[in-house]
Design a binder for this molecule. Structure first.
Ligand SMILES: *Cc1c(COP(=O)(O)O)cnc(C)c1O
Length: 361
C-alpha cells in the first residue's frame, strides 16, 4: 500500500466543478481582481470574525503586508518563533525590521516564557505562528503583548479554521495573515493568501501596498509590490470556503482521532485540549528515533515530512540573529509529520499506525 503525504489533484467531482469555475472566470474576461476577489474578501473576513480582508497573491506577501500595515519597519525588532517555514522570517526582514527568534514549547508553538530575555528597546511586535494547524498560546501571549506594549501580528498560514477558546485563527492580534497555497488547509489551485484585520485605518494603505503603492492605479504614494489576487484563485477559494468544514476540517479531525487512538505510546502525539480545534495542517508526532522511523516508513510506501529540519535562526540570512532556541534545537530532531490529508482512507491510516507499531516492536 502507498500512502502519499499529500494528494493535490482534485477528485473527479471537484474537477468538474473547478472546470466550470474556470470557464466562468475566463469568459468573464476580468482575470485579476474580478468580482470573485471582492466576494472572497467578504466571505473570509466573515468566517474569521474580522471586519476586513485583503486578498493577495501568496501567504508570504500576506505576512509581509500585515507587518507593513501594522507599522513595522527599519530599526524595529520583531520576535517570532524559531520553528516555522522560512517565509515567516523573510517577511519580517522584507519590511526592513530584524527578526529575533524565541524558543518553543512541547506543542511546537512559541514559548511565551522565552520572550522576556529577548525584549529590547527596539522590540515592536511579536509575529506568532499557529504551527501545524494549532493556535499558539494566546491566553498567555495576548496579555503579555498588551503588558509590554508590543503589537501582536498573527501568521495563521497553517491553521485556518482552528480555534482555541475564544481565539480563532485569522482573528488574533491587530492583523493576521493566511496562506492559501495548494498545500495549505484552505487551498487555492495556485499561489494565494489573505490579510485579515478589523481597523478601518489599515484599509487604504493595504490596498495601496498591494498594487505598487498606488492610488487610482496611477499615482504612487509609497513603494509597494504587486500582490493582487487572480480572479480564478478567488473563485476557487470561494467555492472551497463554502464546504471547508465538511470537506477539509472534519475529515482531518476524523483522521487525527484514528491516529490518536491507534498510534503506539512510543510516539508522542499532538495533544488537544477541550478548548481547542486544530485544523491539522500536519499531524506531527515526536520520537527520538525519528530518522530511523522515517526511513522505515519510506521503505514501506509511507511518505512523511520533517517540517522543518532547519530552524529559522540557522538559515544563512539569519545566523547572526538574537535567539533563544534550546528546546527548539532538541525538538527539531524529533518531529515527524504523518499524512493527514482529507483524501486518505481509514485503511491507509490503520496501515501507517500498524507499521509504526511494528517499527517499535
Ligand atoms: C506556507 C506558509 C507561509 C507562506 O505562504 P505561501 O502562500 O507559501 O507564500 C508563511 N508562513 C507559514 C507559517 C507558512 O506555513
Amino acid at each position: 500500500m502507498k500512502v502519499p503525504f499529500l494528494s493535490l489533484a482534485p477528485n473527479s467531482k471537484e474537477l468538474d466543478r473547478l472546470t466550470e469555475i474556470t470557464r466562468e472566470v475566463l469568459s468573464g474576461g476580468q482575470l485579476v481582481m474580478g468580482a470573485a476577489v471582492f466576494s472572497f474578501e467578504s466571505e473570509i473576513a466573515n468566517f474569521a470574525g474580522r471586519r476586513h480582508a485583503l486578498a493577495v497573491s501568496s501567504g508570504s506577501d500576506a505576512v509581509f503586508l500585515a507587518l507593513k500595515a501594522a507599522g513595522v519597519g527599519p530599526g524595529d525588532e520583531v520576535i517570532t518563533t524559531s520553528l516555522s517555514w522560512i517565509a515567516t522570517a523573510n517577511a519580517i526582514a522584507r519590511t526592513g525590521a530584524t527578526p529575533i527568534f524565541c524558543d518553543i514549547d512541547d506543542d511546537l508553538n512559541l514559548a511565551v516564557s522565552s520572550l522576556d530575555e529577548l525584549l529590547s528597546r527596539r522590540t515592536k511586535a511579536v509575529l506568532s505562528v499557529d504551527f501545524t494547524g494549532r493556535l499558539a498560546n494566546y491566553e498567555e501571549l495576548v496579555p503579555y503583548c498588551t503588558n509590554n506594549g508590543l503589537l501582536l501580528v498573527e501568521d495563521g498560514s497553517q491553521a485556518f479554521g482552528a480555534s482555541r477558546g475564544n481565539y480563532k485563527c485569522g482573528g488574533v492580534g491587530i492583523i493576521s495573515a493566511i496562506s492559501h497555497n495548494p498545500m495549505k488547509v484552505l487551498a487555492g489551485t495556485g499561489e494565494a493568501g489573505s490579510v485579515l484585520y478589523d481597523d478601518d485605518q489599515f484599509k487604504e494603505r493595504l490596498e495601496m501596498l498591494r498594487y505598487n503603492g498606488t492610488i487610482m492605479k496611477e499615482e504612487c504614494r509609497e513603494v509597494g509590490i504587486n500582490a493582487r489576487m487572480d480572479t480564478l484563485q478567488a473563485a476557487v477559494l470561494l467555492f472551497r470556503l463554502k464546504t471547508f468544514q465538511s470537506d477539509v476540517l472534519q475529515p482531518r479531525l476524523r483522521n487525527a482521532i484514528v491516529y490518536d487512538t491507534h498510534l503506539p505510546t512510543e510516539v508522542k502525539r499532538p495533544s488537544r485540549t477541550g478548548q481547542e480545534i486544530h485544523s491539522y495542517y500536519t499531524y506531527t508526532v515526536r520520537t527520538e528515533l525519528r530518522d530511523n522511523l522515517k526511513a522505515f516508513l519510506e521503505d514501506n510506501g509511507i511518505e512523511t515530512k520533517i517540517q522543518h529540519p532547519i530552524l529559522m535562526g540557522d538559515q544563512k540570512p539569519f545566523v547572526r540573529s538574537r535567539r533563544v532556541d534550546r528546546h527548539a534545537q532538541k525538538l527539531k530532531g524529533e518531529i515527524l509529520s504523518l499524512p493527514i490529508h482529507e483524501k486518505l482512507t481509514q485503511d491507509q491510516i490503520f496501515y501507517t499506525c500498524q507499521l509504526i507499531e511494528k517499527f517499535f516492536n
